[in-house]
Design a protein around this ligand. Structure first.
Ligand code: BG6
Length: 361
């Protein structure tokens, strides 16, 4: 049932205030400013024992894992990184006892992710799952984990599961942080920020008409560049992924800092750039990058917390805590990709050549 929406994708984008609230429900503790995640099956001593976190998943799950790795590094100060599950499993990874492995999957059935989890288990690795589908193969295989409770996701391109996964990572990072050195004050700051997300997502959804106009303006470009720095980079990658999978417009994501090491050669009026520019410590560097793109006559759509003269168009999203901002910055890019795909007459919910869940190698 698509609930009166023209496409499941739009329904799932629009549901996000509610699905994020469901991912958070009952999990924030106001007394100790921690996250309650009973499904992790870990006591505080074990939670403290990990010296590294390795995150694996495929497609959008992998990009949400990149957001997760940054959250864990920032809040818990544990070295963390994300890798595509298929790459991980084929390179015969070194599995270490003091590494916490986290597998991400909306469906819980993606074959490469499942095989990576099985390889980890075979080598004695400690694996948690962030999974949407209760009782799925990956959920059963993991030692514990966090369910998203986002409800079934029908459209092939992931939206609400992506957002809820990032929220689940914020909870895990809060948990790992508060058994280490994250202060109660910072714990409270993150709890308060997480609680604000549903209302702030609603605010972004009210901008749909503005974003639709921009999507129609840019949809005829032969390709688009997406750039961001640090927290903005996984957002750029997911934005490019959404655009290419449902609109078939070529989209490339790059760290903004890497532009001058190659892709700046591509910048021209024919290749517009979507720039992710949060109000964080990298704002000035990002604004300098916009100037460099502008100097090559590149058109710029900026997504951030303010407008800027160097950009042709801007989407302004509500500010949250800096660590949590990537969660909100991704949402306008989902709406943008959706309306670009509609404008180009694509089969939004069932894009060519793709499957919702890839259960083969
Ligand atoms: C892809 C889907 O093939 O699988 C993506 O098209 C999804 O949208 C990816 O992100 C991973 O799926 P899952 O179910 O493991 O999260």
């Amino acid at each position: 049932d698509n609930g009166g929406y023209e496409h499941y994708l739009l329904k799932e984008i629009s549901e996000q205030p509610d699905t994020v609230a469901r991912t958070l429900r009952g999990r924030l503790d106001d007394r100790f400013h921690i996250a309650h995640l009973g499904g992790l099956n870990m006591d505080p001593r074990e939670s403290r024992s990990f010296r590294r976190v390795k995150i694996i998943g495929c497609g959008s799950a992998y990009y949400s894992g990149q957001i997760g790795a940054q959250l864990i590094e920032e809040l818990a100060r544990i070295p963390a990184d994300a890798e595509p599950a298929s790459e991980f499993r084929y390179r015969s990874p070194v599995v270490e006892a003091d590494t916490l492995y986290i597998a991400i999957s909306q469906s819980g059935e993606t074959y490469d992710t499942l095989a990576a989890v099985q390889e980890l288990k075979r080598k004695g690795g400690r694996v948690l799952g962030i999974v949407n589908t209760v009782g799925s193969a990956i959920a059963r295989e993991c030692d514990g984990g966090v369910y998203l409770h986002a409800g079934p996701e029908v459209s092939v391109a992931s939206t609400k599961a992506f957002t809820s996964t990032a929220v689940a990572f914020a909870l895990i990072a809060l948990h790992l942080g508060r058994v280490r050195d994250l202060s109660p004050a910072d714990g409270r700051r993150i709890c308060d920020g997480l609680r604000k997300l549903p209302e702030q997502i609603k605010e972004i959804l009210t901008q749909e008409e503005h974003i639709r106009t921009l999507a129609m303006k840019y949809a005829d470009a032969p390709g688009m560049m997406f750039v961001g720095r640090v927290r903005g980079y996984p957002v750029a990658r997911e934005g490019a992924q959404k655009l290419k999978e449902i609109s078939y417009v070529h989209a490339e994501a790059y760290p903004a800092s890497e532009l001058k090491h190659g892709p700046l050669a591509l910048i021209s009026p024919e290749l517009p750039t979507v720039a992710i520019v949060p109000d964080d410590e990298l704002l000035d560097k990002n604004l300098t990058t916009l100037g460099e793109i502008r100097a090559r006559e590149g058109r710029i759509l900026m997504v951030g917390h303010r407008t800027a003269d160097a950009a042709d168009d801007c989407i302004v999203v509500p500010k949250n805590e800096t660590e949590l901002d990537p969660i909100l910055l991704t949402i306008p890019l989902q709406i943008f990709a959706y309306h670009a795909a509609v404008a180009l007459g694509r089969d939004v919910d069932r894009p060519r050549n793709l499957a919702k869940s890839v259960t083969v190698e």
